[in-house]
Design a protein around this ligand. Structure first.
Ligand SMILES: Nc1ncnc2c1ncn2[C@@H]1O[C@H](COP(=O)(O)OP(=O)(O)OP(=O)(O)O)[C@@H](O)[C@H]1O
Ligand SMILES: [Mg+2]
Length: 376
């Protein structure tokens, strides 16, 4: 079975696509990634999607147009992936379409919903391929967070019998999948990965991101500011939990910096990087304090765009001496394609009538088949 995953994450940087040929027996030999492609979002579309994260005028109309704009980028990614793989549209069983999150308020007190902008009917019509979309809402309806959804795929790919493994996705938000030597997989969003660093370098230097973390590495961590960041109640909240731009946004940054307006910009960036590192390290140490029996470091497999931030990986390794930090590339799948591959996997699960969520991760009442299908 061939499915194609389309991911556009909280960084709002672009759409990633991965075409996967799934092994009929599942594990081992789960499948093969045939081709991948990325297309950046045009600047006006990116600005509109970011604006739609906040209440504004005439949102329903604007959201519908933005969804159409996003589908045009998704269609380009599909065409690029098909061309690179030599596959015809007719050979693809389904596209797994994430859509762009503009609101994530899974807790009943906040509304109990999540919203990924998408126009799946339009994409199905344009590509001539069935589209499966809206993967998160069923899990929320069942009392879950609707996120993270990738741990089931991380488990299928990287769980090792007799060995604790952690998988860390560094997108806009950071999420951990905890794959224990024995017992149930858990996982949750730890907090920001790149979202705040991206905001700060965009404002200070007009750049989309801090390449390799070089700017952060040129600054000094400000301990009082770091402590104030780590005091955000989200970090101490027990799992299941998930977060996004609804919580970690420009206003969060402004409130956090209040009183430190004179800090050197590169020191603020160094402190934001340290906030990402420390919040992740605290979560991992709470799961597995100390070294593994025998003392061998446990694998920490890192994926997402943050895997290209050398300063971030060095910071994580320094904070986590009991873990062997390595890019997912060293474990068989390049970091920028893991999430898109996971949505190809979720599309496959839908087609097979298999659940895509892990109730121990999301907090849902039970396993659920995720997504809605728009047939070709
Ligand atoms: N060379 C690099 N150096 C430093 N950071 C990078 C580099 N390349 C990408 N990034 C970071 O990775 C981010 C994009 O990562 P990715 O696409 O995995 O996140 P995402 O779109 O939020 O996805 P998701 O929500 O699924 O995790 C960029 O916004 C940037 O911060
Ligand atoms: Mg992205």
């Amino acid at each position: 079975m061939l499915t194609l995953g389309l991911m556009s994450g909280t960084s709002t940087d672009g759409v990633d696509g991965a075409l996967v040929d799934w092994h009929p027996g599942g594990m081992p030999g789960w499948g093969r990634v045939l081709a991948c492609a990325h297309r950046p979002l045009p600047a006006p579309l990116r600005a509109e999607l970011l604006a739609l994260n906040h209440p504004g005028h005439d949102e329903l109309h604007r959201a519908s147009l933005a969804a159409q704009g996003l589908m045009a980028v998704c269609a380009e990614v599909v065409e690029a992936v098909l061309a690179a793989s030599g596959q015809a549209a007719a050979a693809i069983a389904a596209l797994g379409l994430h859509g762009q999150t503009v609101r994530h308020r899974p807790d009943p007190a906040d509304g109990g919903y999540t919203l990924q902008l998408a126009a799946p009917a339009r994409l199905a019509e344009r590509c001539g391929i069935a589209v499966i979309a809206d993967f998160r809402s069923r899990d929320i309806a069942a009392g879950g967070q609707g996120a993270p959804l990738v741990p089931a795929f991380h488990q299928a790919l990287w769980a090792q019998p007799g060995q604790d493994v952690a998988v860390l996705n560094l997108g806009g938000i950071a999420n951990l999948s905890l794959l224990p030597a024995q017992g149930a997989v858990t996982g949750f969003d730890t907090g920001p990965a790149n979202v705040l660093m991206d905001l700060w370098i965009a404002r200070q230097r007009g750049l989309a991101h801090d390449a390799d973390g070089a700017w952060a590495a040129s600054g000094r961590v400000l301990p009082a500011l770091l402590a104030r960041g780590l005091a955000d109640p989200y970090f101490a909240r027990p799992a299941p939990k998930s977060t996004g731009r609804d919580h970690f946004h420009a206003d969060w940054l402004a409130r956090w910096l209040d009183g430190d307006g004179a800090a050197a910009p590169e020191d603020v960036q160094a402190t934001l990087l340290a906030l990402t590192v420390q919040s992740i390290a605290q979560a991992l140490q709470a799961w597995r304090p100390g070294a593994a029996p025998g003392g061998a470091p446990r694998p920490l497999i890192v994926c997402g765009g943050g895997a290209f931030n050398g300063a971030l990986l060095r910071g994580l390794q320094a904070a986590l001496p009991d873990w062997a930090v390595a890019s997912s590339a060293a474990h068989g799948l390049p970091p920028q394609w893991v999430e898109a591959t996971a949505f190809a996997w979720l599309a496959r699960a839908h087609l097979l009538g298999e659940p895509g969520n892990l109730p121990a991760v999301t907090g849902a009442r039970g396993p659920r088949i995720l997504g809605a299908c728009y047939p070709v």
